[in-house]
Write a protein that binds this ligand. Structure first.
Ligand code: BES
Ligand code: MN
Ligand code: ZN
Length: 485
């Protein structure tokens, strides 16, 4: 979606549709536009529109369409709801055949900066145009769409960022939504290479032989039961300060998680094509960062492997050796994400980073704890955790911290190796998984782990998005990293 600005009023624009946001029955238009506001009052009287979160309504007005979009009640507001309202408005508009949209450059919402309004609304609008239709024989071609922010704008940078981030989200969604037969590790590496070239990142791929030489038996042990070999994909954004230490982002990229020999039940197993979504969020964030020309150097590592129960598959009870030498007893081959991540975190630590953040659809327990409303965050550095939570709230991606008590580390010890990939107690699934990961990060490197199991994809249609990958995590990472000096 093309996003631009115009100094003239909304009512003067010759576009297909005008989007107006509502918090309950209150329109969020800034001062001015009396005629439009008066019209809205009349329309609302004979409409069922209540400004609920995700609710939209279309009315003909002044030779164009008026799209009302709700963010819900003030007491329940969070920034994600504004991004979703913008997406829902555009999605409804596109379904009605509309292509060009206008919206006010400012909004009457307490605590939201003008720049964040433009970023959330622009990015949401771009997301609202997206549909994954690669395998639909009757798919219609998506028309070219545009959005104009109307009114005085002091700084255009948020509008540019919204367009760049929207494009990165839409591009990566086409990969993230591919099923396991289409998006195996080698294919992910090919996509990453092509995307890196396009956005100006460097890309290095480690295949099986190189991973063997390095001693990365964690990721290799996961791939062993699959006909598809593993890949470690390393993307680099150079930044403008050559002396600065990099931020390293690590993403679990399990292209399909059958559970391996500890096979998952059949019901819902198809959703495990989305077990690559940690890596997909990192890939998206890297493209956002490159397109926004962020100052700090950033490295993205995608650990890509397929977890299958082939005859060479890792068996429960097997003992493997992680990169850098710690031994791990694999008690459950379905706890594979941490095996991929332990090697990737070891490689990340070698890069002398200022911080490491990993994202993974790691535990079903995270969904039990938080559902799809927030991702879990755990880490060894409270300042980093706080920064990520804060940026998540602003970027519309909520994080909730869980503790990393030493009890959880104790719970991950093995009778036969240094660590087990399964806790003895069976409790605190999300925290024990994080405690396992923590063993592979040197104590002096600030590290945070985001468990995105409940937020990485949608299983049913919502006004702002059809079922599929959400790329949760990319938005908050882009905001956090671009705020770093
Ligand atoms: N990818 C799954 C976690 C998952 C499950 C994410 C459902 C989203 C939806 C992960 O590899 C896994 O299977 N975890 C196990 C760990 C257990 C065996 C310790 C789980 O959560 O059941
Ligand atoms: Mn698993
Ligand atoms: Zn998994």
């Amino acid at each position: 979606m093309k996003i631009s600005t115009s100094p003239s009023a909304i009512s003067d624009q010759k576009k297909d549709a005008v989007i107006v946001f509502f918090q309950g029955s209150e329109n969020l238009l800034p001062a001015g536009d009396a005629a439009l506001k008066k019209e809205i009052v009349t329309l609302l009287k004979k409409s069922a529109f209540k400004g609920l979160a995700g609710q939209t309504a279309l009315f003909p007005w002044n030779g164009k369409q008026l799209i009302l979009a709700g963010v819900g009640a003030a007491e329940h507001f969070h920034n994600g709801l504004l991004e979703q309202a913008a997406a829902a408005a555009v999605k409804a508009g596109v379904a009605a055949g509309l292509k060009s949209f206008v919206v006010s450059s400012t909004i009457k919402l307490k605590g939201l900066s003008e720049a964040d309004h433009q970023l959330l609304v622009g990015r949401g609008a771009a997301w609202g145009t997206y549909a994954f239709s690669a395998f639909k024989s009757d798919a219609k071609k998506v028309p070219a769409t545009s959005l104009v922010f109307c009114g005085a704008i002091k700084d255009r940078s948020a509008v540019g960022a919204a367009e760049a981030q929207g494009a990165a989200l839409v591009d990566t969604a086409n990969l993230a939504n591919l099923p396991g037969n289409e998006a195996h590790p080698e294919k992910i590496a090919d996509w990453a290479k092509a995307m890196a070239k396009e956005s100006g990142l460097t890309c290095q791929i480690m295949g099986k032989a190189e991973l063997e030489k390095k001693g990365c038996d964690g990721i290799l042990s996961v791939a062993r039961g699959s006909a598809r070999d593993a890949r470690m994909i390393i993307l680099k954004h150079k930044g403008s300060d050559p002396k600065a230490k990099p931020i390293v982002l690590v993403g679990k990229t399990v292209t399909f998680d059958s559970g391996g020999i500890s096979l998952k039940p059949g019901k819902g197993m198809g959703w495990m094509k989305y077990d690559k979504c940690g890596g997909m969020a990192v890939l998206t964030a890297m493209q956002m960062i490159a397109r926004m020309k962020v100052k700090v150097p950033v490295i993205g590592i995608l650990g890509a492997a397929e977890n299958m129960p082939g005859s060479r598959a890792t068996r429960p009870g097997d003992i493997i050796t992680a990169y850098k030498g710690k031994t791990v007893e694999v008690l459950n081959t379905d706890a594979e994400g941490r095996l991929v991540l332990m090697d990737a975190l070891g490689l990340a630590a070698d890069m002398k980073p200022r911080a490491i953040v990993d994202l993974a659809t790691l535990t079903g327990a995270c969904i039990v704890a938080l559902g799809s409303s927030a991702a879990a965050i755990l880490g060894n550095d409270q300042k980093l955790v706080n920064e990520l939570i804060e940026n998540g709230a602003t970027a519309g991606e909520r994080l909730w911290q869980l503790p990393l008590y030493n009890d959880y580390t104790e719970d991950m010890k093995s009778d036969f190796a240094d660590l087990a990939n399964l806790s003895k107690s069976g409790g605190a699934g999300t925290a024990t998984a994080a405690a396992f990961l923590q063993e592979f990060v040197p104590k002096d490197i600030p590290w945070a782990h985001l468990d995105i199991a409940g937020t990485a994809w949608l299983e049913s249609s919502k006004p702002h998005q059809a079922p599929g990958a959400t790329l949760f995590g990319a938005r908050l990472l882009a905001r956090w990293i671009s705020s770093q000096g």
